[in-house]
Design a protein around this ligand. Structure first.
Ligand SMILES: Nc1ncnc2c1ncn2[C@@H]1O[C@H](COP(=O)(O)OP(=O)(O)O)[C@@H](O)[C@H]1O
Ligand SMILES: [Mg+2]
Length: 228
């Protein structure tokens, strides 16, 4: 197999059959040892976080598959910390889609004059460009359309899928006494027909979830979610 991309938290390999293999690493995004799912750099390394992130990702992608929601997922090997997926073509050079249930993180930093920290938001969907050098700028539907990244119809599909998937995650977390504040997804086109599908991962590193008013670290979140 061939290494085709070295990411912040995963390495991507191309398999002989054309599928991709994602290798989960023990790195988390953040700064100076503090976890931040919105950060553009590796801020800390936690032993075991790769496998735990993969276990949670497997849990959610299998749940989504059972509900008929399109994703890139094929299967996962926890011991090896790898996941086999269908290759996707991303929109432009990649987008991040955020679903917000409470005002924290970059939303609060940007709009803090108008919202209180933790103020409820109604599954508010926001898209940013994956552009580390420019700090992942937020982008609206008209700009995505104008720049040829996504049509307005595709934007609607993306937004609807985001709310649908966010609701699944939120409900599963709630069963374990965790409240989802926000979550980041990635989407791409897969297969011959270029169907819009969820790609990448759904782990503790992509979301903020609170337990008794305290934000859970990725590993803690994964342990809480996966314990029997
Ligand atoms: N099915 C897929 N097809 C193509 N690229 C994918 C797929 N799933 C995930 N990716 C990409 O693989 C990379 C995973 O590595 P990661 O460490 O998360 O990267 P990054 O530093 O860009 O966040 C991401 O850039 C993500 O967009
Ligand atoms: Mg990533």
């Amino acid at each position: 197999m061939k290494l085709i991309y070295t990411g912040k938290t995963k390495d991507v390999y191309e398999l002989e059959d054309g599928n991709y293999l994602l290798k989960f690493k023990d790195d988390c995004t953040g700064e100076n040892g503090v976890f931040d799912p919105g950060a553009n750099s590796v801020g800390l390394t936690i032993c075991g976080v790769g496998k735990a992130g993969l276990r949670l990702t497997k849990f959610f992608f299998e749940k989504l598959r059972a509900q008929g929601i399109p994703t890139h997922y094929i299967d996962a090997n926890i011991d090896e910390a790898t996941m086999t997926v269908k290759p996707a073509t991303v929109f432009g050079q990649g987008l991040e889609v955020i679903c917000r249930y409470r005002a924290v993180g970059s939303f609060l930093r940007r709009y803090g004059k108008y919202v209180e920290e933790g103020q409820p938001l109604d599954a508010f969907v926001e898209v940013t460009l994956k552009d580390d050098g420019r700090g992942d700028p937020p982008i609206i539907d008209d700009a995505l359309d104008m720049l040829g990244i996504l049509t307005l119809q595709e934007y609607q599909v993306l937004k609807d899928l985001t709310k649908q998937i966010g609701a699944v995650v939120k409900e599963e977390l709630a069963k374990k006494g965790l409240e989802l504040y926000d979550i980041k997804f990635e989407f791409g086109r897969i297969g011959e027909d270029g169907q819009i599908a969820l790609i990448d991962e759904i782990s503790g590193g992509n979301m903020r979830a609170y337990k008794n008013g305290v934000c859970a670290e990725p590993l803690e979140l994964e342990q809480l979610m996966l314990e029997e």
